[in-house]
Design a binder for this molecule. Structure first.
Ligand code: HEM
Length: 410
């Protein structure tokens, strides 16, 4: 890590794997915020075919870019590397589109995310969480990522979408591969094979569910999507499938990542955990603090559509611009003592994006799920302790732990 803090800024390459073996490189970001908040990296070591890119690291500048979709487009790609996930897949999802198409499709999806629609799931989420925590309750140890977080988040999003439990594992495996594309453990067979083999299978399964619901509407999100209408417009089958993939991707890894990071921080900061035990009404604030300190997505990318300047730097049409949320969420000009985990802070943050057209659609669902998961875990396992070194997914996009071994009762 010392290399990155002393290295000349013009040879520093922010997305190189060497900096990301233990999650986001906070010392690099601290330096960039101070010395060079809009920074040019000449390339990405593990993906030599990729062009260089700009890194944006302060909250104010990320806000500026996020709100200006005409200058900073999402339609070229949403991740830094152009050589991992097929572009057609990304551009088929509304997160990879610009207005007006983006707005038309997002409006149809919004029907399924009203506060009423989300609140209906509270009991179900609690039931799923309780059932999964029951499966580990009598054990001495478990892995919080694979034994608790993964089965809970997969079933919550699965039931929200209308999938049956047998579909949880195939979907979760496909999504973990897709988002963890840079990690050989998560992506052993390569994305090309995933796209060739698994995506057609998942499309078929999704279309069977669509056909069933066209014949007999149900009250899940898939039915909402099939029948949603804005100005006489309905989603096509391909748009439904692309949206399905987007929601499964957004719903699986993001909540899993935030929950496990939150639990790790609580175990590493027993005084903060004690505050939650003494006063469970602090759980929502603790969840916001975990979202701030450990944003599940390390970046989303935009691509400049014209010549412009950002933070005094000349940006050219076609340049890639990475919005690094682990950096903006620890911006010293916004937060005092930003590296301290403080369950009473209840901060505003950019984990869900920094405003603008692509602001996360799933915030209410994510918050509800995280609050239940954290509250129930702390209530039932108040003395849980870390039991071995946690490991990170090697990814500049999906920022999450791969394993978090814990001792359940100490
Ligand atoms: C801790 C949980 C989550 C985090 C940290 C998170 C974060 C984000 C971020 C950073 C963006 C992009 C914002 C931008 O580019 O300006 C986003 C977009 C999105 N998120 Fe989430 N998300 C979470 C959970 C969810 C859930 C549970 C769902 C739905 C099931 C969801 C659905 C979406 C969708 C559909 C978009 C695309 C919105 C658009 O392009 O207009 N997210 N999310």
């Amino acid at each position: 890590m010392a290399i990155s803090t002393q290295q000349p800024l013009d040879s520093l390459r922010v997305a190189d794997d060497a900096l990301w073996t233990e999650g986001a490189p906070h010392d690099v970001f601290r330096r960039l915020r101070r010395e060079c908040p809009v920074h040019w990296s000449s390339g990405i070591s593990q993906s030599p075919a990729d062009a260089g890119f700009w890194s944006v690291t302060t909250a104010e500048l990320i806000h500026e870019v996020s709100r200006d979709w005409e200058t900073y487009s999402s339609a070229q790609n949403i991740i830094l590397t152009d050589h991992a996930v097929p572009l057609e897949l990304i551009q088929g999802m509304f997160i990879g589109m610009d207005p007006p198409k983006h707005d038309r499709i997002k409006a149809l999806f919004q029907r399924g995310f009203t506060p009423k629609a989300i609140a209906r799931h509270e009991e179900k989420i609690l039931e799923i969480t309780t059932r999964v925590l029951d499966t580990v309750a009598d054990r001495e140890t478990c892995d919080l990522v694979s034994d608790v977080a993964q089965p809970v988040v997969a079933r919550v999003i699965g039931s929200f979408m209308g999938l049956s439990p047998e579909d949880d594992i195939p979907w979760a495996t496909a999504i973990n591969t897709l988002l963890g594309f840079g990690d050989p453990d998560l992506n052993p067979k390569g994305i090309e094979q995933l796209v060739a083999e698994d995506v057609p299978m998942l499309f078929e399964r999704c279309m069977t569910l669509v056909a069933e619901r066209r014949a007999n509407p149900t009250d899940d999100l898939l039915s909402t999507l099939i029948f949603a209408e804005v100005d006489g417009d309905q989603l096509t089958d391909v748009e439904i499938f692309a949206g399905f993939v987007l929601l499964m991707a957004a719903g699986n890894d993001s909540t899993k990542a935030t929950y496990t990071s939150c639990m790790r921080a609580l175990m590493e900061n027993p005084d903060e955990r004690q505050k939650l035990i003494d006063d469970p009404s602090l759980v929502p604030s603790a969840v916001e603090e975990a979202l701030r300190m450990f944003p599940a997505f390390a970046h989303f990318r935009r691509t400049a559509t014209k010549e412009t300047t950002l933070g005094g730097c000349p940006i050219h049409a076609g340049d890639k611009v990475a919005l690094w949320y682990p950096s903006s969420n620890r911006d010293e000009s916004v937060y005092s003592d930003p590296d301290r985990f403080d369950v009473t802070r209840n901060p505003e943050h950019q984990a869900f994006g920094a405003g603008g057209r692509h602001f996360c659609l799933g915030t209410a669902l994510a918050r509800l799920e995280l609050r239940i998961l954290v509250a129930e875990t702390v209530r039932r396992f108040p003395r849980m302790a870390i039991d071995g070194a946690p490991t990170w997914v090697l990814s500049q996009f999906s920022s999450q732990l791969k394993s978090l071994p814990v001792r359940l009762h100490t």
